[in-house]
Structures are given as C-alpha cells and as structure tokens.
Ligand binder design. Structure first.
Ligand code: C2G
Length: 442
C-alpha cells in the first residue's frame, strides 16, 4: 500500500486545495493530510488565517479525500511524520518547488501543479476591508502604515495632520484637509497625535460613529479615559488603547503562564523602559509609562494601596527619568522610565517558587526565561515577534470590529483608566511626587 502525505493551512478551503488533495490521493492508496496549527503559522509569519484549526480540519475531512488528518505543529515535523507514518510519497503544490527537496532523503517528493487564479489570500481580500484613517503624525505612524500592509482586510484611506506635524514619507496615503473629509472615507480612526490632544480626537471620532484605536496614553485623567470606553460601548463601537507589547505572542504567553501559577504567588513586578531621546516633548512617564505599567496592572491588578513617584526633571520641567513604587495587598511593584537616563530595560517578575526574566528590550519580547532555585528546573521560551506586536495589534483591532475576536484583556478599560488616573495624580501631585534634582536638558 502506497502512503502519501501532504500539508497545508487550508484556510477557507477552495477549489485549489481540493484539486491538490485529489491529485495527492491519486498518487497512492492512503492519504494523510497535515493541517498547520496556529502557532506553526504565526512562527512562519502567516498571521491572517481566518479559520480555527478545528474548522480547517473539519473542512479537509469533509472533502472525503483524506484517510487521516493530523496537526502540523513544529518545524521539522515533516521528517518525523514521514518516518513514523511510513510514508512513500510527500506531495505539495508547485509554489513550493525545490523547497522540500531535503525530504528526498526519506521518501519520494512530488510537486503538483498549483491551480491558477484562486488562493485563500484572494478570498480574504474579497471581504470588504476596514477603512482606517489616521489622525496626527509621529514616528509610530510610519511603522503603523508599514505594518498595516501585512494585515489582510485593512486599508489606510487617509491621514489628517495636526498643526506642525511632519509629513509621512509614504506618499500613497491621501492627506485630508479636514477631519470631516477623513471621517467620510473611513470606518475607524487611529489616533496618534500628541498625548494632550488624544482624548478630544478620540471623543470626536467616536461621536462621528468611528471605531478608535488610540495611542497610549489615551487621556490624562481617569474620568476622560473612562468616558471614552463608555461612549464607545453606548454606540456599539470598538475603543482600544494601542500598546503593541500587549499583542506580542511572548507577552501573552508569559501572562498566561504567570496566571497559571508557574512561579507560585507573585510577590513583585519590576519593569524598566528607557531610551535616550531627550527631545521627546511629553516626558518619560507619559511616553514610556503605559508600557512599563502594562505588566504591573496585568499581573497584580489596578487596586494598589500605596504609590509614590520620584523624578529627575529637565529645564523644561519634563521628567527625564521617573521611578514609581506601588504597594498592592499581597505584592509590590516598581517601574523605571527614562528619556534622559539609561538602564537595563528588563522585566523581572518574582514569585514564591521562582522568577521570570524578560531581557532587554522586554517591550519587544520574543524570549523569556523562568528561573528556579534548582537551576536544572530553569526553562527558556521562544516566540515569533512580527512587527514588534504592531502587526498583531492592527489585526486584532480589525477582527474586533468584524466581531470575530474578543477584546485583549491586557488593555482593558480598567487598565487604561488606571494608567490615565496615575498620570493625573502624578501631575496634580495627589500622590507623593519627589523631585530628585533639576537637570539642564542637553
Ligand atoms: N494550492 C494549490 N493551488 C492553489 C492554492 C493552494 O495547489 N490555488 C496548494 C498549495 O500549494 C499547498 C496546499 O494547496 O500544497 C495548501 O495550501 P495552503 O493552505 O496555502 O498551505 P501552505 O501555506 O502552502 O502550506 O507546512 C505547510 C506546507 O508547507 C504548505
């Protein structure tokens, strides 16, 4: 009996897939089909898959062509499968020609002619895209535009520059002279103007019936942040704070592992984010604070019982460096942020059984380590990071608008409100705020 194997994602199963399966089946007597797992696809940069693995497996089974369906979970699995399932022929579409010749050592390799004129990407592109307009400009916007190109179903339809904003280098994005023109063209708005104007820009967009993805911090007071979420909920719109780290696979998996008690009860979270950029107009806490606070609020919640801040200020009174200590009922936390001071940008979470280290720059995570008293128990975890998390952020925002994804719990309303509230208390000095010394901006 000749045993054949083939692999694929088989998203939105179409005629091209069915032809491929039919031809593969005809090569032998027994066909095994490997269907890619979500992690496998993310690791090879395929992030736009619409269907779950179970939906894709069921679709392949429903063709009646597969005698057996297995998941494909890791690089190199094809070799293991060929050996373990005693495979005679490995078959794959001609778009992969040459790329699987290394399997010839284990079995016959056949490239089958790909069906022209049809693909999952084409089917995904047939759906009406979410049209996204941009308000404001910063260097984040340039990255945002570049990353949006990797996301199927999103189209950047215009940009409205505020005041003296620099202009995007991407000439293909139309400039809108006023907000009304931008709103006319789009379903959703990416708010990326100066922090002090984000609340009013978001509010205006929501009032015009637009979904909003707003750079962080979304507001400079708790009440304002809260009202943005409330207005969005009342009008059945999505309002999301844009913190790209929250969408990085390594960060998401880290939080799940911590919540599963892998290092015991958490006793402290220490988060440091610095970069030398003294001319940032908003100061260190506004600029870096949302990211530095993300793991603290995510792991320990927002109900701290004590907080105090200490800052080094520049001549313009902006904080060049800020350190904040929090006390929670069962744990403590601290953050260090700086545009005018440099430190090791790592995240350390300590627990009663062990600790986690996410090395610098922890906010672009693709790796972390869990360490224990007995070092033979230590474990390292590696993940794919696509576009610093921004690509995934745009994808998730689009999927939330389409109703196919639940909100990301790391950037919930309570977290956004807590951070905006922290900024408010810091600026109004309703918490202890120590000025360490005044330094001249260099
Ligand atoms: N295919 C085809 N004709 C099309 C579209 C796809 O013959 N018009 C084939 C592909 O060449 C592949 C199979 O259908 O052999 C599945 O395609 P995808 O779902 O796009 O999966 P792919 O990313 O090619 O995964 O380990 C995974 C495999 O390497 C291939």
């Amino acid at each position: 009996m000749k045993r054949v194997i083939t692999y694929g994602t088989f998203d939105l199963l179409h005629e091209g897939h069915i032809n491929l399966l039919r031809r593969a089946k005809a090569l032998g007597d027994y066909l095994i089909v490997g269907v890619t797992s979500p992690d496998f696809d993310v690791n090879r940069g395929k992030i736009n898959v619409r269907q779950s693995i179970m939906e894709r497996i069921e679709a392949v089974k429903a063709t009646g062509l597969a005698d057996e369906v297995i998941p494909e979970e890791y690089v190199g699995q094809k070799i293991d499968d060929i050996i373990n399932y005693r495979i005679d022929i490995f078959a794959i579409g001609s778009d992969w020609r040459g790329q699987f010749d290394y399997l010839k050592e284990y079995c016959q390799v056949v490239y089958l002619e790909r069906t022209p004129g049809i693909s999952s990407t084409q089917l995904r592109n047939e759906e009406r895209p979410v049209r996204l307009g941009i308000v404001g400009y910063s260097q984040d916007v340039e990255k945002f535009i570049a990353e949006s190109r990797f996301v199927c179903g999103v189209e950047i339809c215009g940009i409205f520059y505020c005041g003296s904003d620099n202009r995007s280098q991407d000439q293909s994005i139309p400039t809108c002279g006023d907000l009304g023109q931008l709103y006319e063209r789009c379903d959703a708005i990416y708010v990326a103007n100066e922090p002090k104007h984000r609340y009013s820009a978001s509010l205006d967009a929501l009032r015009h019936g637009k979904h909003v993805l707003c750079e962080s911090p979304v507001a400079l007071s708790a009440e304002e942040a809260s009202s943005l979420f409330d207005i969005a909920a009342t009008h059945d719109l999505i309002f999301q704070e844009g913190i790209k780290t929250a969408h990085a696979l390594a960060y998401k998996r880290l939080i799940l592992m911590l919540k599963s008690g892998k290092i015991g009860d958490i006793v402290s979270v220490k988060s440091t984010c610095t970069s030398m950029a003294r001319d940032i107009p908003c100061g260190s806490l506004v600029g870096w604070g949302p990211i530095a606070c993300l793991p603290i609020f995510d792991i320990l919640g927002v109900d701290y019982t004590f907080v105090r801040a200490a800052s080094v200020r520049g001549a313009s009174d902006k904080d060049l460096y800020t350190n904040i200590d929090f006390v929670f009922p069962n744990a403590c936390a601290s953050l260090e942020v700086g545009y005018g001071a440099k430190s090791e940008g790592e995240l350390v979470v300590s627990g009663t059984n062990g600790y986690v280290l996410v090395p610098s720059p922890w906010w672009k995570p693709d790796y972390f380590e869990m360490r224990f008293e007995d070092f033979t128990d230590n474990k390292k975890f590696f993940f794919q990071l696509n576009g610093e998390g921004l690509r995934q952020e745009i994808l998730e925002f689009m999927q939330m608008i389409k109703g196919t994804r639940r909100p990301n719990l790391s950037i919930s309303k309570s977290h956004s409100v807590a951070f905006s509230g922290l900024l408010e208390s810091y600026f109004k000095k309703t918490i202890p705020v120590y000025t360490l010394k005044k330094q001249a901006d260099r």
